[in-house]
Write a protein that binds this ligand. Structure first.
Ligand SMILES: Cc1cc2nc3c(=O)[nH]c(=O)nc-3n(C[C@H](O)[C@H](O)[C@H](O)COP(=O)(O)O)c2cc1C
Length: 362
């Protein structure tokens, strides 16, 4: 691992920030305690809510951890498309006996207030999704001693991340569960996402800063592959979603390995931005015409998703999951980190033996 990361945590394993109540403080604490890097997700939270999570996490571990922010989104152009979508979802609202949410409930996600908290509080790592902060913001975080990481889904985005002054780029492949962290949402680029191994190689040949690889990684052997391709660490979301510490709904956890859910799909149906989830009725019915309008659609469907969960109906929930979901293990998070580290060591030893060298096991 490169020094900026190695100095912070011993194992090249990052637990992905997962907004929507999944990466709760006890999950992040368990991962950091086991030698990985635990992450809190501040997306959809207020600055106060994020601060409470940080306090709780600090109470549970002295090890380093990260906090993730969503970038504010540009004003969305076609408001009438959201109105049409609301009309199309009316049947869902009456089925789940709830109201559709107000699509205008919030666009910038309290970005400035959260940044202020993260500048004041010694949080070791701060990462960003859905775009790249300005050079000024990244500089001020660096001066305050924070390590900064920004998601990129293409080599061009990675170049912008390096140029803006981030310490680390998170290369997110198309396999990834949850939202693609594409900097600008461009419907014309739908379907052109890049697979993780190819993306790592492209990013490696474009930027010099360390790479954290994300997307579809469920086993230590895959971490070894990502490291061999040029990454310094791997960021796993779906693998940690299934742990008992994760705050994901029980139906969501069960669905990951339920043979009823045979595949994942990138969809705008729940939020208006492409996100990968288990294919279910809601995605099948509404995905084909959901507009590119994040976070308006997220707010619009919020009550629907909650009502579906309350009714125990996984077919109406956002079951975010990466392509590796079938490999999910229900191990406690700390144990999962240990198993992943052991698998990684075994894979590296096997690789070294194959190439005729002696393996160090890590
Ligand atoms: C339920 C869920 C929620 C997520 N929320 C966030 C988030 O808040 N911020 C972020 O940067 N990435 C988020 N992601 C994406 C992860 O950072 C990461 O790219 C992804 O989980 C990697 O793919 P995998 O799930 O196949 O491991 C989320 C992923 C999942 C599965």
């Amino acid at each position: 691992m490169s020094s900026a990361l190695t100095d912070l945590f011993p194992l090249p394993i990052v637990q992905a920030p997962m907004a929507g109540g999944v990466s709760v403080p006890q999950l992040a604490a368990a991962v950091s305690e086991a030698g990985g890097l635990g992450f809190l997700a501040a997306g959809y939270k207020t600055a106060d809510g994020m601060y409470e999570d940080i306090k709780q996490l600090r109470g549970a571990t002295n090890r380093p951890f990260g906090v993730n922010l969503f970038m504010p989104q540009p004003e969305y152009a076609d408001r009438s498309a959201v109105e049409v979508y609301a009309h199309q979802l009316a049947g869902e609202a009456s089925w789940y006996e709830t109201e559709l949410g107000d699509p205008d409930s919030g666009r910038d996600d309290g970005y400035d207030a959260k940044l202020a908290v993260l500048l004041d509080n010694p949080v070791p790592v701060v990462s960003f999704h859905f775009g790249c902060p300005t050079r000024d913001v990244l500089d001020s975080l660096s001066r305050a001693g924070r390590l900064t990481m920004v998601t990129a889904t293409t080599a061009e985005e990675a170049q912008a991340v390096q140029w803006a002054g981030a310490d680390v780029v998170i290369a997110q492949g198309i396999e990834a569960g949850g939202h693609q962290g594409t900097h600008r949402d461009n419907p014309e680029a739908d379907g052109s996402g890049i697979g993780l191994l190819s993306l790592i190689a492209q990013v490696r040949e474009t930027v010099q800063i360390p790479i954290v690889a994300a997307g579809g990684i469920m086993r230590g052997s895959q971490i070894a592959a990502a490291l061999a391709a040029g990454a310094s660490a791997a960021q796993l979301g779906t693998a940690f979603l299934a742990t008992p510490e994760s705050g994901a709904n029980a139906l969501h956890k069960q669905a990951l390995t339920n043979p009823l859910f045979v595949r994942t799909q990138l969809t705008r149906a729940f939020s208006g931005r492409p996100a990968r989830g288990l294919m279910n009725r809601f995605i099948r019915e509404h995905g084909p015409y959901a507009p590119a309008a994040y976070p308006d659609v997220h707010h619009l469907t919020s009550a629907l998703r909650k009502a579906a969960a309350k009714a125990g109906d996984a077919q109406g929930m956002a079951l975010w999951a990466g392509q590796g979901h079938r490999l999910a293990r229900e191990l406690p998070a700390g144990q999962l980190v240990e198993v992943l580290a052991a698998e990684l060591a075994a894979a590296r030893t096997a690789l070294a033996a194959h190439s005729g060298g002696g393996g160090t096991g890590r």
